[in-house]
Design a protein around this ligand. Structure first.
Ligand code: SF4
Ligand code: SF4
Length: 183
């Protein structure tokens, strides 16, 4: 775990996060249930409940530059465990959106590259094209030859399609993405 350093304080950060996530962070009494249930907490630099406290303290830069917000997979366990109905998963999602929107240096670039490759595939085909996602990820991360054995094995067992399959209603996919982008 990282020790918390105090830098620039952003008093309006908590309002920004609450507005975006629709979570009322003042309901959190730091019972630790969210952190205890999180399957990835051991690898996080700050526990989920600590992230809430840091948001309340306006520690915007430390939160947005943390690995925690990218190691969170949005499994919702924390939100289900919370006795006060604080939607922690939505908070994490909002923090990722703020970090990207404000051009913050992403702590876990590999996770972000993978995320982008998946979203890009869905926006173009309405489905995930796994081979293309893997190739885009490898190019972004400049990891051209790692896992090549596994990739060839998957191809030989027809676990990876060479060509993407597409949904018929492309307009629906386009309008979903426009809605998400607030257009
Ligand atoms: S489970 Fe809920 S109340 Fe408990 S620390 Fe987490 S967010 Fe706060
Ligand atoms: S949603 Fe994120 S923070 Fe919550 S339990 Fe899952 S991985 Fe952990």
């Amino acid at each position: 775990m990282e020790s918390i350093t105090y830098g620039h304080v952003a008093p309006d950060f908590v309002d920004q996060v609450e507005m975006m996530s629709h979570a009322n962070l003042s309901r959190c009494f730091h019972c630790l249930a969210c952190s205890a249930g999180c399957p990835f907490c051991e690898d996080m630099d700050y526990l989920p409940n600590v992230i809430i406290r840091m948001v309340q303290f306006g520690m915007k830069e430390a939160v947005l530059k943390s690995s925690t917000i990218w190691l969170c997979v949005g499994c919702n366990t924390c939100s289900m465990e919370c006795p006060n109905s604080v939607d922690m998963a939505a908070v994490m999602d909002s923090l990722r959106q703020i970090a990207v929107g404000e051009g913050i240096q992403i702590a876990e670039t590999g996770i972000y590259s993978f995320h982008n490759a998946v979203v890009d595939s869905i926006s173009r085909y309405g489905r995930t094209h796994k081979l293309e996602i893997m190739m885009r990820y490898k190019i972004c991360e400049k990891e051209f030859f790692t896992d090549i054995d596994l990739g060839l094995k998957m191809l030989s067992k027809r676990k990876l399609d060479l060509l993407p399959s597409r949904v018929k209603d492309k307009k629906a996919i386009k309008s979903l993405f426009e809605m998400a982008e607030g257009k």
